[in-house]
Ligand binder design. Structure first.
Ligand code: G6P
Ligand code: MN
Length: 448
C-alpha cells in the first residue's frame, strides 16, 4: 500500500508515521511519500521519521518530493493535511477577526471563513488531480476547516474523500471513561457538522448511560467538556456538545478572553514551529527528541485560553495521550484496505441522515466503514436549536464554496455576514477588506 501525505513537512506527520509503525499486518502501508511546497520542512520531518524507524525492520519506506503530480501518481491513499498560508496565515485569520470584535479562531466563525476561502481553491485543484492521476485512491482529508474542505473535494471525488477530526472521538473517550466504560467498546450517538456536533447518547453493553451522566452534576464536571460548559447548561441541553461549541454558547467570554491574550494560538504555534524548523537546520540536532519536546509544549498549552475563561485548569494528562487523529486515520485505512469493518465518526455526505440538509452536504456522523467506504449510520434527529445552527453554518460553507468558484467578493461578504458569530454586514465587509489585504491567497476575490 502506498500512502501520500500532502503537507508532508507538517508538524503532525510524525504522529501518523508513528501509528503506521505499529501496524505489522498484511496489507499495511509499506511506502510513504511526503509532499510539501517547502523542501526545508520536508527534510526536517523526514529526519524525524528516519529516527522513529530506527530498529524497526518493516518500517514503511519514506520518499519526499515537492512535485504534486509525482506525489499523487500511483497512490492508494492520499492524506491531505495542508495549511494554505501557513501558521502566519492562521495567526492573521485570528487577529483580524478579533480586531473587529468577533471571534478569531482557526476553524470557527470569521477566522474559519477566511481560512476556507483561501483553502477551497487549492483543495479543489488537488481533488481534480487525484481524479486524473490516482482515480482509485481514497482521500482522507485532515485539512481544516475539515467539513467544508471535504465537501468542496467531494464535488470532484464523490464518496472517495472522507474527512476526519479527532475531537468527536476524544469527547466520546472522555465520556466513556467517566462512566467507567471501555472507550473502545462504547457506541457514541454523535451528529452535526465538523466542530459543531453533539453527543446525544453513549451506550455501553447496549445500555444508554448518558442519562446517568446528565443526572450527576459532580460526574459531569469531572471531565473537560463538563468543566467547560458547566453541569447546569449541559443538563439544559440534554446533550454534550463538542468543545468547539464553547465559541457559540460562550461567545462573548471567548472573544474577550482572546482579545486579552498576549498571543493568539496561531501566533504561538507560528513562533514555536519556526523555532523547531530552525533548530532542524543543524544537521547534528537530535530530530526526534527536538520534535518530542516541541510537541509536549504544544499540547500543554492546548486551548489554554478557553480553559482559563471557564476556570477549567490544565487539561487532564489522559487527554494528551496519543490516539487522536492518527488513530482515526489508521483505522480508516485499515477498514478500507483490508475490509476490517469498524465504526468511526467521520465527515461524509449526508445522504438521508439529517433531513434538514440535502444529500450532498458533508456532515460529521458515526459511519460503518468497510472496503466499500464509509456509510453513515442513521441517527435520531437533532433538536431545533441545533438543527438551526447546523443549517446556518452549512449555508455559510456553501457561500464560501460559491465565492471560491465565482471569485466574487460580494459572495465572500455574504459568507461572513450570514455567519451566526458575525453580527453585522458592515463588519463582514470590513473583514473581507482586512483579509484580502492580509492574504495574498485571497487576491482572487476581486472580480465582482
Ligand atoms: C484539534 C482539532 C483540529 C485543530 C486542532 C488545533 O485537533 O480537531 O481540527 O486543528 O485541534 O490544535 P492546535 O494545537 O493546532 O491549536
Ligand atoms: Mn478537527
Amino acid at each position: 500500500m502506498r500512502l501520500t501525505i500532502l503537507g508532508g513537512g507538517g508538524f503532525r506527520v510524525p504522529l501518523v508515521y508513528g501509528a503506521l509503525l505499529g501496524d505489522h499486518a498484511e496489507g499495511r502501508v509499506t511506502r510513504v511519500t511526503l509532499h510539501d511546497l517547502d523542501a526545508g520542512r520536508l527534510a526536517a520531518v523526514a529526519r524525524v521519521l528516519a529516527e522513529q524507524a530506527e530498529g524497526i525492520p518493516d518500517a514503511p519506506q519514506v520518499t519526499v518530493t515537492t512535485d504534486l503530480d509525482e506525489a499523487l501518481t500511483g497512490a492508494d491513499f492520499v492524506f491531505s493535511a495542508i495549511r494554505v498560508g501557513g501558521l502566519a496565515g492562521r495567526a492573521a485569520d485570528e487577529r483580524e477577526a478579533l480586531a473587529e470584535g468577533v471571534l478569531g479562531q482557526e476553524t470557527v466563525g470569521a477566522g474559519g471563513i477566511a481560512y476556507g476561502l483561501r483553502t477551497v481553491p487549492l483543495a479543489v485543484d488537488i481533488a481534480q488531480r487525484v481524479a486524473r492521476l490516482a482515480p482509485d485512491a481514497w482521500v482522507i482529508n485532515f485539512t481544516n476547516p475539515a467539513g467544508l474542505v471535504t465537501e468542496a473535494m467531494s464535488r470532484h471525488l464523490g464518496d472517495r474523500v472522507i474527512g476526519i477530526c479527532d475531537s468527536p472521538v476524544g469527547l466520546g473517550r472522555r465520556i466513556a471513561r467517566v462512566l467507567g466504560g471501555d472507550p473502545g467498546k462504547a457506541w457514541i450517538d454523535y451528529v452535526g457538522l465538523n466542530h459543531l456536533g453533539w453527543v446525544r447518547g453513549l451506550s455501553i453493553d447496549g445500555r444508554d448511560e448518558l442519562p446517568r451522566l446528565l443526572g450527576d452534576p459532580a460526574l459531569l464536571e469531572s471531565f473537560e467538556e463538563g468543566k467547560l460548559f458547566g453541569a447546569e447548561w449541559l443538563q439544559s441541553l440534554g446533550m454534550i456538545p463538542n468543545e468547539y461549541l464553547h465559541y457559540y454558547y460562550f461567545n462573548r467570554e471567548a472573544v474577550s478572553a482572546y482579545q486579552g491574550a498576549v498571543q493568539t494560538r496561531g501566533a504561538f504555534l507560528h513562533d514555536q514551529q519556526s523555532r523547531f524548523y530552525e533548530e532542524m537546520k543543524d544537521p547534528a540536532a537530535p530530530a526526534l527528541a527536538t520534535w518530542d519536546r516541541t510537541r509536549a509544549e504544544r499540547e500543554a498549552t492546548y486551548m489554554a485560553e478557553n480553559r482559563e475563561v471557564a476556570g477549567v485548569g490544565e487539561r487532564d494528562a489522559c487527554d494528551l495521550e496519543s490516539g487522536g487523529y492518527e488513530q482515526v486515520a489508521l483505522s480508516l485505512m485499515r477498514a478500507i484496505a483490508r475490509n476490517e469493518r469498524t465504526t468511526l465518526i467521520l465527515n461524509v455526505r449526508n445522504r438521508t441522515t439529517l433531513s434538514a440538509l440535502d444529500s450532498d452536504a458533508v456532515i460529521e456522523v458515526p459511519c460503518l466503514v468497510d472496503a466499500g467506504g464509509a456509510h453513515p449510520v442513521s441517527v435520531a434527529p437533532l433538536p431545533d436549536h441545533a438543527t438551526g445552527l447546523v443549517c446556518s453554518v452549512k449555508a455559510v460553507e456553501r457561500e464560501v464554496m460559491a465565492a471560491a468558484e465565482s471569485a466574487s467578493r460580494a459572495t465572500a461578504v455574504k459568507a461572513f455576514a450570514l455567519h451566526p458569530l458575525v453580527d453585522s454586514v458592515t463588519v463582514a465587509r470590513r473583514l473581507v477588506d482586512r483579509y484580502t489585504r492580509e492574504h495574498p491567497g485571497l487576491a482572487y476575490l476581486n472580480r465582482k
